[in-house]
Design a protein around this ligand. Structure first.
Ligand SMILES: *[C@@H]1O[C@H](CO)[C@@H](O)[C@H](O)[C@H]1NC(C)=O
Length: 259
């Protein structure tokens, strides 16, 4: 009886080892090619670093390769345009909401292919296969942060000439509310009369002045509603300054439990 029991245990163990080995072999044998059957994304695999398509580090010059700060610094001409709108900002009583914008196809495009948008601040559309690590950046091209929106993240953009104390309050409000955020300056996509923007998939709000209530209620209503929820961290980090302070499991500091 004991002997046959031992044999059964050995057989079960042997079977388990064999099953694990077969699985590992199968995994290793699956080629992690760039192109997969995934029509929703133009058949380009997401989140896999590829030398042929997007490695997140080189051949980035069609969007931004890190060598040029002209799109996110407060240049004298941008400063002038910003100052010229100060009365308009003071007079703007209400934030400007753009809700339920039409859904554009979410195709993935390799970095050799230019992607342009028909809006300054698109909330859906084609993008790069690799998405940004959550956090605060000096700059992130729309071709990257659109992927963050698809995953239910919130993107906070500010004009580089906006007052520093408002910028810090804006960034703190977002980061203190939701871990899944991308925060960056953008002097091209933001209008000087609305220097703060919060974006979610198919929704955005533009603000003349930072307003905490607007930021928190927008995040509560629109975060984590992207069409593709994935717990996976991003692979792109060019220009990253700080990662979210709250960890994936700490939910106490956030106004949205975002796992
Ligand atoms: C600046 O932004 C424009 C518009 O998004 C883009 O076409 C251009 O490549 C960007 N230039 C740099 C150097 O980032």
């Amino acid at each position: 009886m004991r002997a046959s029991g031992r044999t059964a245990v050995s057989a079960a163990l042997l079977w388990l080892v064999a099953a694990v080995a077969v699985r590992a072999t199968m995994r290793a044998g699956i080629p992690s090619t760039v192109f997969v059957h995934d029509p929703a994304h133009g058949n380009v695999r997401m989140g896999v670093k590829s030398e042929f398509c997007d490695n997140g580090e080189t051949h980035l010059e069609l969007d931004w390769d890190g060598s040029d700060d002209s799109n996110f610094t407060c240049t004298p001409s941008r400063r002038q345009a910003f100052e010229a709108e100060s009365e308009a900002r003071a007079a703007a009583a209400k934030p400007e909401f753009h809700l339920s914008e039409p859904a554009k196809p979410l195709h993935h495009r390799c970095t050799s292919q230019a992607i342009s948008y028909d809006k300054r601040l698109p909330t859906s559309g084609p993008h790069r296969p690799l998405w940004p690590v959550w956090g605060r950046y000096i700059y992130v091209p729309a071709q990257r942060w659109l992927h963050s929106l698809e995953h239910g993240g919130i993107v906070g953009l500010y004009h580089p000439c906006a007052p520093a104390e408002q910028v810090e309050a804006f960034a703190d409000a977002i980061a203190g509310c939701l871990r899944r955020h991308v925060i960056a300056a953008d002097g091209v996509r933001l209008r000087p009369d609305r220097p703060f923007a919060l974006l979610a998939y198919r929704n955005k709000v533009l603000m003349a002045n930072y307003d905490r209530g607007t930021v928190e209620s927008f995040i509560l209503s629109h975060a984590l509603r992207g069409p593709e929820r994935t717990p996976r961290q991003g692979q792109y980090s060019l220009g990253l300054v700080t990662r979210p302070a709250m960890s994936q499991t700490t939910k106490t500091a956030s106004c949205v439990p975002d796992g």
